[in-house]
Design a protein around this ligand. Sequence first.
Ligand code: WTA
Length: 666
Amino acid sequence: MSNTPSSAIESVLVENRVFEPSARAQQGARVAGMAAYQALCQEAQADYEGFWARLAREALVWDKPFTQTLNATQAPFYRWFEDGQLNASANCLDRHMGTEVETKTAIIFESDDGQVTRVTYRELLERVAQFANALKAMGVQKGDRVVVYMPMTIEGVVAMQACARIGATHSVVFGGFSAKALQERIIDAGAVAVITANYQMRGGKELPLKGIVDDAIALGGCDTLRQVLVFQRTATPVNMQAGRDVWLHDALQGQSTQCPAEVVDAEHPLFILYTSGSTGKPKGVQHSTAGYLLWTKLTMQWTFDIRADDIFWCTADIGWITGHSYVAYGPLAAGATQIIFEGVPTYPDASRFWQMIERHGCTVFYTAPTAIRSLIKMAETNDAVHPKHSNLSTLRILGSVGEPINPEAWMWYHEHVGGQRCPIVDTFWQTETGGHMITPLPGATPLVPGSCTLPLPGIAAAIVDETGNDMPNGAGGMLVIKKPWPSMIRNIWGDPERFKKSYFPAEMGGTIYLAGDGAVRSADRGYFRITGRIDDVLNVSGHRLGTMEIESALVAKTDLVAEAAVVGRPDDTTGEAIVAFVVLKRALPSGQEGKQLATELRNWVAKEIGPIAKPKEIRFGENLPKTRSGKIMRRLLRAIAKGEAITQDVSTLENPAILEQLANTH
Ligand code: WTA
């Protein structure tokens, strides 16, 4: 909080282009026009709890209706719809039975190698029920935690829904995380089972999953773990440990395709999802059942204006929050047809997304700025993969998520993918918020490239200074949400103190949610623009990484590394790139030796955390710039990483000469 990067505040967006919603986008939209948006905002303003109660009654199917909307007596441990009961899977599947959605396609799955499989809502329900029965037969019970380490497949979504069906709390770990990262999550969650696949297919390559689970368990400490359920994705064999490992096809054998959904309390933890913070180990963000589900469904309807005949495609992996809210839950709760894609956007070539949009008639497309930026680069160097060669006329809404989208990328997306007719919803939100917070509505909000525009109705977003005072438009500050909302984080799994400290600063009264991002509102429209994290969290290709996690990984290489400091540097494609400053336990290396050591350390970090955490650059120095009290001056390191001249006063540094050395050793 203390190190708000000044660049974040200086760069107030000067952007005069405005795109009003077309008549076509407004026609039949769930929120049509700014007056409709404002009416919803006013409803929330006039009767905050009444607003949420109405929406929760309309959107969800309750086994036991709630009578109390918000319980704030234990704030910031807010409880929503507390005495109500329901089941998330029943709200995504069973509720559609007997309606026209029952026989509708729920999922169009396209595998890495282009095979297409479709399942209807009825079939999906049967698969989820059968999977749920298999979990029960393995002894998994309501309240147990289950780690899901799966590829992007129908089975991945089925596994999550099956957990929800029996009231087990899932914790999905992205398939790119290392054995060590997986082991830490299994231990922290106290998981009784891991659901995985033998291999995953990405970009024509077969990559191990089960083998990594074995390695994770071999690291030790996974004392609560009893079983590993293995989906056979490819024909390649893997070791199966008798008594512990079970093939999914064997576990499903003979199980009924009917399984009554376990009724749980509204606040029952639906899932834990680990994400990076500025300090310590990744935190297990705990979400509720009712409030979370309510918001994923509503935002499908408001932000994506989802309609009966839409073909929705969110490209996020189920290992991230976007893949939870807008693949595994939201689209199903809303009864939509969605595309699920196993592979990567560049295989067999960089036109894969465009070809898939054409092939499946995608109407609402939701992806990350990093993907857009890298596809722009490829289209510029290889015309054959340009979106103009695909028929994208079915598209009606585009979405962006995960990091700020720069106006140039926004314009390209608008022009070359959206054919200048599709509104772009630039959705700002976080793992902790459960669903969208600040975003345009396609049939209502005039768009400004690079701005996530206005908060959704009921979301009390504001920009404040360190003590919680509102900042005027045009002045940057910290993004906060002043009132609790149903899909907010409930706790950090097993660490309520850290929950309070991380998100509800005492200086602001202890009940206001601090997002950890800097933001500024435009002087004219009051539109929000997110300027980036104000803590030590990096956003690399839309993935959150804590600088401390990477530093810990580096210093864990005890034979080599004495000290390390990690900072982010702006990057044209990945948004931010990781730069690590490393002090070795040996003399400063030069030339070839330095290169070799850098490669060794980069690979080491990939092994400790996962390839997404690999530093782009490693710089060696004899020391790090420190104050006399021994604090590392990251601000200076950030400037050095960017190649900027140091203009700040460095007289308080213990060792000012080190700056020059670090600036020149790469
Ligand atoms: C960033 C991803 C600007 C932000 C859903 C936030 C964004 C972090 C946007 C959360 C956006 C996400 N514009 N920045 N539209 N969306 N961010 O938890 O820094 O993986 O705090 O959730 O991504 O990342 P997370």
